[in-house]
Design a protein around this ligand. Sequence first.
Ligand code: GTP
Ligand code: MG
Length: 198
Amino acid sequence: MIITSAEFVISAVKPSQYPPGLLPEIAFAGRSNVGKSSLINTLVNRKRLVKTSSTPGRTQLINFFEVNGQFSFVDLPGYGYAKVPLPIKKTWGPMIETYLSGRETLAGVVLILDIRRVPRQEEFDFIAWLKRFGIERILVLTKTDKLSTTRQRNQRGAIAAALGVDADRLILFSAQTRKGREQVWEAVADVVRRKMEG
Ligand code: GTP
Ligand code: MG
């Protein structure tokens, strides 16, 4: 994908603050610190369009971006990080659920998982929830640069088995090496095409 423009639009917590839904939208979800913001930056070829941080739980709002005047990208706050203060935690679930269940232009969700970690209940719940709402899912395993090719293959198999999907549904990605960037874009374009076809 050739990127001609990528701009931050707005941060929101509730629907009245969302920008008008004029473009097909892709949301990026995953645990805190998994690499959601880094993945978006890699897709749009920018180092710092989206703030990244080694402190988990950095993204606490729903951040909207516009790419090529063609797509809307949404960086969702991460879930499942224990050290986040309880009041913040309590507003997260409802904030994300309200967004995902009500956003009419949403074409799909890119769920980002760390290749080194086999998913557990939180991921199962989240995926089941997306299915229930009929939301398309793109599954990405990130930080592949941290493992040898052999261990990448083993982890991909283990994660696929845990999720009950074929291993080839899991896109291997790294924000560091940019591996998998084109594949993620292809999956995004597919999901957007399906949405446009209604
Ligand atoms: P929150 O917004 O806090 O939920 O985090 P996030 O999921 O947006 O993660 P972010 O992109 O901020 O990355 C978290 C940390 O992981 C940063 O230190 C990144 O540099 C690092 N990181 C992200 N992707 C990769 C990757 O593919 N490889 C490696 N080695 N590090 C990565
Ligand atoms: Mg982030």
